[in-house]
Structure formats: structure tokens, C-alpha cells
Design a protein around this ligand. Structure first.
Ligand code: ADP
Ligand code: MG
Length: 137
């Protein structure tokens, strides 16, 4: 994945597939602590413990007609490459929250990409979903 905006597209696609009505995307840049935090939270179907456990395995997917699922594995990899980590919080019937952290100034931290265009694109293609985006600096 080239940049963080493409990770957002990919992770939000999971939320859409899980029939979320609301997706909240947030980026917090904390220069003082050299920390970038990305969270994508949805009120979709959520994951049971088994799905959550397997979700990071590239050879696990619940997508029909597909043999590999890489979205979460890629984001996790990007976070770790930049001195951070990824966390999945999810409950069936409640929703899912994905949190990825990065060292803001890490040489391997992916650039943001065009965040506003990406969010606009998501909103236009999914007018039925309430998508919010906050970028806090
Ligand atoms: N927001 C979400 N809500 C419910 N299930 C999810 C969510 N995100 C991921 N999953 C589950 O984790 C699996 C792996 O996701 P991902 O790594 O993006 O690969 P893919 O979307 O290609 O299957 C999905 O197939 C789905 O079962
Ligand atoms: Mg996916």
C-alpha cells in the first residue's frame, strides 16, 4: 500500500462489507510524542473471537470467491515498519474499531496521500453510510 489514504479506503471497505451505518475515521498527529494514530470505527456486524484471531492471517478471508485477505495484514505491517502497531477491537453485533499507530517522524512511515479526496470518494460511492473524518494536529 503506497500511502495511508489507501489503507483507509481498504479498511473502510471492510466496514462497508460488514453493513456499517456509521464509519468514523480519525487521524491524530501528536508531534510532541512523535505519534500518529489512525482509528477506523464502525457499527457493523463485528467479529467473533475466532474471526478476530484469524483476521491478521493473509490466508483468511470471509469474502466470497477470494482466497486471501490482506487489508488488515498490510496495515499491521505498515504500522510495525514505522515503529507502531495495530489493534483490533470488535464485538459481534456492536462493531469494530481498528487502531494503527506509527512514529510520526519515522523514515518508513507512509505518507498521508490525498486524504480529503479519498474520504470524498468514499462518501460519494456510499451515500447511504454516515462517514465522518477528523484530522487533528
Ligand atoms: N470492520 C469489520 N467488520 C467485520 N469483520 C471484519 C471487519 N474488518 C475485517 N473483518 C473480517 O476480517 C477479514 C480479513 O479482513 P482483511 O484483512 O481486510 O481481508 P479481506 O477484506 O480481503 O477479507 C474479513 O474477511 C472479515 O471477515
Ligand atoms: Mg479488507
Amino acid at each position: 500500500m503506497e500511502d495511508i489514504s489507501l489503507h483507509i479506503l481498504d479498511i473502510a471497505e471492510n466496514s462497508i462489507r460488514a453493513n456499517a451505518k456509521n464509519i468514523n475515521i480519525m487521524i491524530i498527529e501528536d508531534k510532541k510524542n512523535d505519534l500518529l494514530t489512525l482509528t477506523i470505527e464502525d457499527d457493523g456486524e463485528g467479529m467473533d473471537d475466532k474471526t478476530k484471531e484469524y483476521a491478521l492471517n493473509p490466508f483468511f478471508t470471509t469474502k466470497k470467491g477470494k482466497k486471501v485477505g490482506l487489508g488488515l495484514a498490510f496495515l499491521s505491517h505498515s504500522a510495525e515498519e514505522a515503529g507502531g502497531a495495530m489493534k483490533i477491537e470488535s464485538e459481534p453485533g456492536k462493531g469494530t474499531k481498528i487502531t494503527a499507530t506509527f512514529k510520526l517522524g519515522h523514515i518508513d512511515r507512509k505518507p498521508f496521500g490525498n486524504l480529503n479526496e479519498t474520504i470524498k470518494c468514499l462518501k460519494i460511492t456510499h451515500p447511504e453510510i454516515n462517514i465522518t473524518f477528523n484530522h487533528i494536529k
